[in-house]
Design a protein around this ligand. Structure first.
Ligand code: NAD
Length: 441
């Protein structure tokens, strides 16, 4: 099996390296020459646990290589995966499919024997049909099939998710392409991963409906958290009580500062647009998106309130900037809105993140990036935990108190325990739980 992976970002590089690890010959292609040059030198431009070793061992084994031009890779391949970005189109929230269509036209030029074109990028329903049309302009339909194969991996756990997925979904137009994709995913089906074959349009919708449902679950528990906070209940106990219900399940019920990342915000907005194009409005998704955007800013206001109503000229130490732990991805991270609200209120913002500070520089101005947790906390007026990296879980609370000018902690991930923070003399504000006030603060 020969595979060409077009687009070597999070999805393309992880999928390409995992396919190579199954024993296939994989060429990862990317239009970004600097990215490919780095990969050829053995450098990975994203932070993803385990990826550097996986790439290195498969390159050394001769199964994984890189290219800037898709020509040879695509013409040799049995399956060409399209894994390029599909960002929000500027201004209107539709998915921008420019890269997908460019690649489709370039791949068409390389087809001389039968191959499957598998769309791994997240694309709106009907995109497979449009890619099929593009290729038909120059090639006979007997030479190719276009399939939909959305990716569900999570950044930070991407290799594990790819190798042990909850399910693989493949939308196929014919039996021939189904047989090829069955062979591609045989290593996973042998491992008992469910491989679901559907029609192409259903597969395209599965991806968006999954992300919209997960975003809804997060947003729902976030609103329940607000109720808990005001009513004197504890959202973590409520979430456990809900999560034991087999119809609901315990995952994605951690209340926090709102969802972010490269996928949920843009995918929900693209789904809303698709719904309106098809005159099938998705009002729940619309509300989820609005509530989530508002929540990120509300977190900034929560910090100001915890600091007694003003942060003017006060130094606020943020721990964690990435949209979630174990990634350096800053796209749509709640920290961006929180920093903005704090800066607008006159605060001096200092921040530390173990992996995302370099990327964060492109998303926030006038923030002092600290070289360590300690340097971030020293002399600050308050600490705000924004992203729950493991290294922040084990911090010594008395040490935090010694370093801060005032013992104020705002914990947007419910990492610490209110009773312990109260005993240690903090003003401690978390999500969906009772706040405690230090008598001295
Ligand atoms: P990314 O931005 O990290 O990578 C996309 C890559 O495609 C870039 O390296 C870019 O240079 C390359 N590219 C763009 N145009 C190209 C062209 N014409 N030829 C060759 N390469 C080209 O994006 P990503 O996070 O990997 O996401 C890719 C797709 O997968 C998106 O549709 C996304 O929604 C979807 N997805 C992402 C995740 C995730 O967690 N990141 C999970 C599931 C699905």
């Amino acid at each position: 099996m020969k595979i060409a992976m077009i687009g070597s970002g999070y999805v393309g590089l992880v999928s390409g390296a995992c396919f190579a690890d199954f024993g296939y010959r994989v060429v990862c292609v990317d239009a970004d020459a600097a990215k490919i040059a780095k990969l050829e030198r053995g450098e990975i431009s994203i932070y993803e646990p385990g990826l550097d070793q996986l790439v290195a061992s498969n390159v050394a084994g001769g199964r994984l290589s890189f290219a800037t031009n898709l020509g040879e890779a695509a013409s040799d391949a049995d399956v060409v995966f399209i894994a390029v970005g599909t960002p929000s189109r500027r201004g209107d929230g539709h998915a921008d499919l420019r890269h997908v269509f460019t690649v489709a036209a370039e791949v068409a030029a390389q087809i001389s024997h039968y191959k499957v074109i598998a769309i791994k990028s997240t694309v709106p329903v009907g995109t497979g049909d449009r890619v099929d049309e593009i290729i038909r302009r120059s090639k006979s339909p007997s030479l190719f099939s276009v399939v939909s194969n959305p990716e569900f991996l999570r950044e930070g756990a991407a290799i594990e998710d790819f190798k042990r997925p909850d399910r693989v979904v493949v939308g196929v137009p014919d039996d021939r392409s189904r047989a090829v994709m069955e062979a591609v995913y045989r290593p996973l089906s042998l491992n008992r991963a469910p491989v679901l074959f559907t029609d192409r349009r259903s597969s395209e919708i599965v991806k968006y409906a999954t992300n919209a449902f997960l975003a809804t679950k997060i947003t729902f528990i976030n609103e329940v958290a607000d109720l808990c906070e005001r009513a004197g209940a504890d959202v973590q106990q409520v979430a456990r009580g809900i999560g034991f219900d087999g119809r609901i399940g315990p995952k994605f019920l951690n209340a926090g500062p709102g969802y972010g990342g490269s996928c949920f915000p843009k995918d929900i907005s693209a789904l809303i647009k698709t719904g309106s194009d098809f005159e099938a409005p998705l009002r729940i998704a619309e509300t989820v998106s609005l509530v989530n955007e508002e929540r990120k800013r509300a977190m900034g206001r929560k910090v100001i309130k915890a600091c007694g109503g003003s942060v003017k000229n006060r130094t606020i130490a943020l721990l964690g900037l990435a949209f979630k732990p174990n990634t350096d991805d800053m796209r749509e991270a709640p920290s961006i809105a929180i920093v903005q609200v704090l800066k607008d209120a006159g605060a001096i913002v200092r921040a530390y993140d173990p992996k995302a500070m370099e990327n964060a520089k492109g998303f926030m101005d006038d923030v002092k990036f600290a070289p360590s947790v300690e340097a971030c906390l020293d002399g600050a007026d308050a600490m705000v935990l924004v992203t729950e990296w493991d290294m922040f879980r084990a911090l010594d609370v008395m040490e935090i108190k010694r370093r801060l000018k005032q013992p104020i902690v705002v914990d947007l991930r419910n990492v610490y325990r209110p009773d312990e923070m109260e005993a240690a003399g903090f003003t401690y504000v978390s999500i969906g739980r009772e706040s405690v006030r230090a008598t001295s603060a």
